[in-house]
Design a protein. Structure first.
Length: 210
C-alpha cells in the first residue's frame, strides 16, 4: 500500500480473493481471536512508536475490524487504537478510515506498507482489474524434488510435507529489538498467527492513487 505521508487519507486494499480466518476464537487456536492479517511497520500522528495493522473477526466470520497494534516483544502486542478500519474476509478487502501516516519502515522510492493475509484457496484469481505482480528482489524460490513423480518414492511413504503458511510472525519484516525495548509496556496479551500473501492496490483520499 502506497502511503500519503503527513495528511489524513483513506485507504482501500483489494485482494479480490477470499481470506482464510485462522484465529476466530470459536474453539480453535486456544480461543485466540484475530491476527489473521499482518503488515510492515509505520508511524502514525498522535501515537508513539512503530505500529502495525491487525484484525479481529466479527461473530459472522465474514467481516471484522482493523486495529493498530504495537509490539512489546516478538509474541506480545498492545492494541493502541481500535476500529481504525474494516475488513471483508469474503471479498478480500481492507478499508482504513482517515489516518495520518507520518513515516513507513519500508521505502522503495515511495513510502510503502506491506499487508498480507492467508488466501482461502491456493487458487488465486486475478479478478477484473487486479493483477499479480511479483517483486523478484523480495521473493525466495526453493525447488523441491518431486520424489513421487520422479519414481524415487512412488508410494509417498517418505514424502515430507512443506507448510503452506508463513513463519508465525505477528508482523511483516524484521523487527528491531531496540524499538521494542524502548517502548512503554502496557496491558498485553500473547498471540500467535501465520499469514502470507501480497498487496495489490491502494487508494487514498483526498487524492487517489492506484
Amino acid at each position: 500500500m502506497r502511503a500519503s505521508l503527513n495528511t489524513f487519507a483513506e485507504y482501500e486494499i483489494c485482494f479480490g480473493n477470499r481470506f482464510h480466518i485462522v484465529n476466530h476464537g470459536h474453539g480453535t487456536h486456544n480461543g485466540k481471536i484475530g491476527y489473521n492479517i499482518k503488515s510492515s511497520g509505520f508511524r502514525v500522528s498522535g501515537v508513539s512508536g512503530t505500529v502495525y495493522l491487525s484484525d479481529v473477526a466479527d461473530n459472522n466470520l465474514e467481516t471484522g475490524s482493523i486495529n493498530l497494534i504495537r509490539l512489546n516483544s516478538q509474541s506480545e502486542v498492545v492494541v493502541v487504537r481500535r476500529n481504525v478500519g474494516s475488513i471483508d474476509y469474503l471479498k478480500g478487502e481492507i478499508k482504513l478510515n482517515p489516518i495520518n501516516i507520518i513515516s513507513t519502515n519500508i521505502n522503495r522510492q515511495f513510502p510503502l506498507i506491506e499487508i498480507s493475509a492467508i488466501p482461502y484457496s491456493n487458487d488465486i484469481i486475478g479478478l477484473q482489474d487486479l493483477y499479480i505482480q511479483l517483486d523478484t528482489n523480495n521473493v525466495t524460490i526453493n525447488s523441491v524434488n518431486d520424489r513421487i513423480s520422479s519414481g524415487y518414492d512412488i508410494s509417498g511413504s517418505d514424502y515430507i510435507v512443506s507448510s503452506s503458511f508463513a513463519n508465525g510472525s505477528l508482523v511483516r519484516g524484521t523487527v528491531d529489538s531496540r524499538v521494542i525495548t524502548t517502548q512503554t509496556p502496557r496491558t498485553s496479551s500473547p498471540v500467535t498467527t501465520t499469514t502470507t500473501t501480497t498487496t495489490t492496490r491502494s487508494t487514498s483520499s483526498p487524492t487517489y492513487s492506484y
